[in-house]
Every structure is written in structure tokens, then in C-alpha cells.
Design a protein around this ligand. Structure first.
Ligand code: AMP
Length: 437
């Protein structure tokens, strides 16, 4: 029989990689706390309509990447594994009337997402993102708070070759005349575009900027007018303030007039942070302002801005840097040499963990002394507690300090106290201990 393996585009995260992930996850939680953002968690699946309305009918995500199904439930309108988190967060914002609780909600999330994309390095079908959404402020300083959080996040992890690209795609009222202009400019050449672009031009010509086909992009360079050249005076003034504040903060950025980003909900500011260390899939995070989304999803008109960042991409970039250290060593390994000692060994392990906070491992394979010693070394344990018959008959254990090879007999009732003294000597330069260490 063939072995059952993971589904294409998904993967198992194994130790010690999980340890690195947890470190980063903790770093993210702390970083968000420092910036005054509170965590939100939403369900794994939502009504499909949330994404068709929220992300946009003609986007890549909605047309070809969603995992959707019809529930057995007759009233069900179709369900989808979440492919992004801004729409669910906004759904929750409206559903729980969060706007009434505070005029500005600063929220963040960390979660798994699902998109049926072509898997490659840095692109999976189940992947993880963290992201922030600031819902309530229309002002450019809010955009800059978000952009600077993204930049400083990567900078504080000492990632190199970072680039911030920004653009403005204007407010929705300038969108319509621009889209007409864009359509008129592209129609004469439309037969040269790929079949997907040919169908999209009718419904949403802006999406032609997202096409990954080189030939289509060259045609766009030749024929497409740029949206930035058609934004309103207010949009331009908003953009100029964003630029001014980014300059004040000494965040290096460049204005990429072609960047529209692949989701329909953006208004005004769009941005991306990339790292050359990543290769083809170089986007670490992307985001922007989405002033119409709350309204589109049935809430009161509320401005908002946010970003989403890929955690797999971050881990790849960190690996390139080799900056994350992993600590998964055991403090104490308990070597058991005869069966009667097992209950006592388990009680000692439990005490040292709960009372002293040590990481303790216990032998459960009943191997030879030699094999258990090898395991103790492999685990990089500082101490071995050896439960041998002779000592045990006297209610004692043998404690071996692995670094020095020094061995001491310790009465079992005193073991917790013994390690508290050891721990004290290990951790402090108290001066009270003479040359004991
Ligand atoms: P998006 O939600 O498409 O704006 O993506 C935001 C960030 O999520 C990107 O910059 C990537 O870092 C990451 N990302 C998006 N799609 C994937 C994927 N399929 N696999 C891994 N990371 C992804």
C-alpha cells in the first residue's frame, strides 16, 4: 500500500523548525503590543460571499484560488476556507459593532490561509500570515504608522536588502473615469493579451496589471496609462504627506507607479516591502488603504488601512541571514537502570519541572547505561540523574554534572533543594559562593 503524504502545497513543520517559528510568533505578539495593536481571531471558514464581495469578483484569489464547497445544510450559500484576512476582520468589526466601542480599532492577526496557487519556494497552498488593520482613521499618518510598522518589523530582525515600494491608486471616484481611459487604451491591442486578460478587461481592467505573463506586462508598459497620473488633488496631497512622513522617519522607499496590488478593495495608498534575499517570490508583505471595504460589506462608511505579511517568506529570509538561534536543549536527563526506580524517577522529574522550572527528560526505552549516557550527551543536558540499584537502596541518586564529569550522591528527598542551589550558582555572580563553580 502506498504511504499517505501531505497534500500538494502543504507541509509539516517539524522540530527544531517549530521552535524557530514559536520564537518569531512570540516576537510578533510583543511587537504588536508595543504598537498598541490587539489580537483578533476569526474562524477558519466563512461564507464565500464575504470574499467575492470583499476581495473582488475578478481577482486571482476569487476566480481561481479559493477552496470553496457547498455545505450539506440546505440554506448554505457556499463556504470557503479563508484566503485572506482583511475581509474576515472587517466582517467581525461590523458584526460586533467595534466602531461604537472606539473610533479607532487597531487590530492584528496571525493565522493560516488557503489559496489554490501553483506551489513553489515561498508559495504554498496553506500558508501563514500576520497582519494589522487600523480601522477608523482617514489620515495619512495612519498609513505611515502601518508602513513604518512593516518596515521596522523587518529591520529589527536585521533583514537586509529591504525595499519599500509605495503608490497611490486614488479614491474610488477617480477610478471610474480612469478605468474607462484604461479600457480605451487597451482595447486596440487586446487580441495580443492572454485569454485571462481578454476576459478581465470588460469587468475590471485594473487586474491586467497583476497578470504574471511577461508579454502581457510588456503590452501594459506600452499601452496602459498609469493610475497615479489620474488621481485627484486630494489623493495627491494625501500621498505627498505619506511621502513626507516616511522621509522624516528615514524609511527608504521608492515610488512605483505601476503597483496596484491584486485586491479590489484598495484606495489611495498601496505598498509592499520586498527583500532581494528572497528570489522570485520577493514580497515579504503588502498592504494599503481600503476606505470603502467596511461599507461594501454592509457597515457604516469607515476608512481603514493595513498590511499582511507572509510568515514562510519571513522564515526563508531569516534563514538566509542565519540569525535565529534555537534553544531546545534539555537541562536534566534521568537515567534509569532498573525497573523499581521508575515511579521515583517520574516523581523527581515532575518536581524538578514544576518546582524548579527545569527541562527534564526521562528514559522510557529501558536502554543500557551506555545508550542512556549517549542520549544525555545528545540532548546536551547539563546534568544526568542516574538511578542505579546501589544508591537507590540507600534512598539516593547519583547526579553527574556533564561538563566536568563530577559525580555526587544526593538523597532523593533533597533533590529539589540540591538543584535550587545548583541553579543559583549557575545563574548568578552573587559573590557568596567563593570558587564553587
Ligand atoms: P497578499 O495577501 O496576497 O497581499 O499577500 C501578503 C503576503 O503574504 C505576501 O507578501 C507574501 O509574503 C505572503 N503570501 C501570499 N501568498 C502566499 C502563498 N501562497 N504562500 C506563501 N506566502 C504567501
Amino acid at each position: 500500500m502506498k504511504n499517505i503524504t501531505t497534500i500538494k502545497g502543504t507541509y509539516d513543520l517539524l522540530p527544531p523548525e517549530t521552535e524557530k517559528w514559536r520564537k518569531i510568533e512570540n516576537f510578533i505578539h510583543d511587537f504588536m503590543y508595543l504598537h498598541g495593536y490587539a489580537e483578533i481571531r476569526t474562524p477558519v471558514f466563512e461564507k464565500t460571499e464575504l470574499f467575492t464581495r470583499g476581495v473582488g469578483e475578478e481577482t486571482d484569489i476569487v476566480t481561481k484560488e479559493m477552496y470553496s464547497w457547498t455545505d450539506m445544510d440546505k440554506e448554505s450559500t457556499g463556504l470557503t476556507l479563508k484566503p485572506e484576512l482583511t475581509a474576515p476582520v472587517v466582517r467581525a468589526y461590523i458584526q460586533h459593532n467595534l466602531g461604537a466601542k472606539s473610533p479607532l480599532q487597531r487590530l492584528y492577526y496571525m493565522d493560516s490561509l488557503f489559496r489554490r496557487e501553483r506551489p513553489q519556494k515561498g508559495r504554498q497552498r496553506q500558508f501563514n500570515q500576520f497582519g494589522v488593520e487600523a480601522i477608523g482613521s482617514p489620515h495619512p499618518e495612519q498609513d505611515v504608522e502601518i508602513i513604518s510598522m512593516a518596515y521596522f518589523f523587518y529591520q529589527s530582525l536585521e533583514l537586509e536588502k529591504l525595499k519599500v515600494r509605495i503608490n497611490s491608486i486614488g479614491s474610488p471616484d477617480v477610478r471610474k473615469p480612469y478605468l474607462d481611459l484604461l479600457t480605451d487604451a487597451l482595447i486596440p491591442a487586446i487580441h495580443q493579451f492572454c485569454s485571462v486578460c481578454q476576459t478581465r478587461i470588460e469587468k475590471n481592467p485594473l487586474r491586467l496589471f497583476d497578470c504574471k505573463n511577461d508579454a502581457c506586462q510588456q503590452l501594459m508598459d506600452t499601452f496602459a496609462p498609469l493610475i497615479f497620473d489620474h488621481i485627484s488633488d486630494e489623493d495627491r496631497s494625501h500621498f505627498n504627506t505619506v511621502v513626507k512622513l516616511l522621509t522624516e522617519l528615514e524609511i527608504p522607499f521608492f515610488h512605483d507607479k505601476k503597483m496596484v496590488r491584486g485586491l479590489d478593495y484598495y484606495t489611495r495608498t498601496t505598498f509592499e516591502v520586498t527583500s532581494e534575499a528572497l528570489g522570485a517570490q520577493d514580497a515579504l508583505c503588502g498592504g494599503g488603504r481600503y476606505d470603502k471595504l467596511v461599507e461594501v460589506l454592509g457597515g457604516q462608511s469607515t476608512p481603514a488601512v493595513g498590511f499582511a505579511a507572509g510568515i514562510e517568506r519571513l522564515m526563508i529570509a531569516l534563514h538566509e541571514n542565519e540569525k535565529t538561534e534555537v534553544r531546545s536543549d534539555t537541562d536534566i536527563y534521568i537515567i534509569i537502570l532498573f525497573e523499581e526506580a521508575i515511579p521515583s524517577a517520574m516523581v523527581i522529574a515532575d518536581k524538578l519541572r514544576r518546582i524548579r522550572g527545569f527541562s527534564v527528560m526521562i528514559e522510557t526505552l529501558r536502554r543500557s547505561l551506555k545508550a542512556q549516557m549517549r542520549e544525555t550527551n545528545k540532548r546536551k543536558a547539563q546534568f544526568a540523574i542516574i538511578m542505579g540499584e546501589d544508591e537507590y537502596d540507600q534512598n539516593m541518586v547519583l547526579v553527574k554534572e556533564m561538563k566536568t564529569g563530577k559525580q555526587e550522591r544526593v538523597p532523593i528527598p533533597d533533590i529539589s533543594l540540591y538543584f535550587s542551589v545548583k541553579d543559583h550558582h549557575h545563574q548568578s555572580d552573587c559573590g557568596c559562593c567563593g570558587d564553587q563553580e
